[in-house]
Design a protein around this ligand. Sequence first.
Ligand code: KG4
Ligand code: ZN
Length: 339
Amino acid sequence: ADEPLVLGIETSCDETGVGIVRGHTLLADAVASSVDDHARYGGVVPEIASRAHLEAMVPTIQRALKEAGVAASDLDGIAVTAGPGLAGALLVGVSAAKAYAYALGKPLYGVNHLASHICVDQLEHGALPEPTMALLVSGGHSSLLLAPDITSDVRPLGSTIDDAAGEAFDKVARVLGLGFPGGPAIDRHARDGDPKAIRFPRGLTGPRDAPYDFSFSGLKTAVARWVEAQRRDGVDVPVADVAASFQEAVVDVLTRKAIRACKENGVDHLMIGGGVAANSRLRSLALERCEDAGIVLRVPRRELCTDNGAMVAALGAEMVARNRPSSTWDLPADSSLPV
Ligand code: KG4
Ligand code: ZN
């Protein structure tokens, strides 16, 4: 049987992503990012993101079709991120998807951004076993999700009660003067540092705390206070040690809770997705702890972890393969779409 050929559009934040997949095979992954336009503001500016999506949309779709070497008329469907994300940014993608689907006479599939972060791993490691446990960590979200069915049943077990993990990386990077986005810079500096140099707090790890929720704002404040105290005393800030110690505090909690969730729910597969999954220490500690616990770890390669269109196409293809109903033409862009 022919595997479904699907084009996916992602515009929930600052990346205009258009991907094309056939089943579990990635054919094209075109991404135009407006990240440089936001750098001087230290964070994503929604209005700038929407405008950049509008300008990049059609050229990125054309680039993906060319890269995949397929004709738009051969597509089995068009998938698009319907939420959650920035309202104006989502609207650009949803409108474009409707226009192409309607003009081409193809079914439209509105998909959830978090579910597609999980499903993208099929492009790397083949069919996802179900149920799968997923730890999604990015600039906008930090969640533990149990997925008995990736197309229709993804259950949130817990999430951050304040900052997202990536947000904490970005804010600490700013305190250290490392620029935006901060995650990759912290990751780099941490390689030369001692993760045990400073013992920063691990949020929500007490016996009475919610087992699957995260909190990173106390950690962020602790790092900022520590750095300020050094500066006040006229001491040079040991950037590598601070980066390594902060990073260790984040990934220690993330991996500990993810593995606990697997064990308590009888799940033997853990996937990690979202931009922070690119973090080298998160990958190594998760691997170590999964091996100890007899859990199979699945982490897609970096380009597939950050926001992209291929992940949307991957979930769209899965919906086509499982004969899930397509969306209607009044599909809304929903900034707070639940999984
Ligand atoms: O998934 P993503 O591209 O966009 C969304 O937020 O949805 O994630 C971006 C986030 C940023 O906060 C960035 O600092 C973080 O992922 N990030 C990292 C690394 N690479 C990207 N955080 C830690 N270590 C990294 N290597
Ligand atoms: Zn994302």
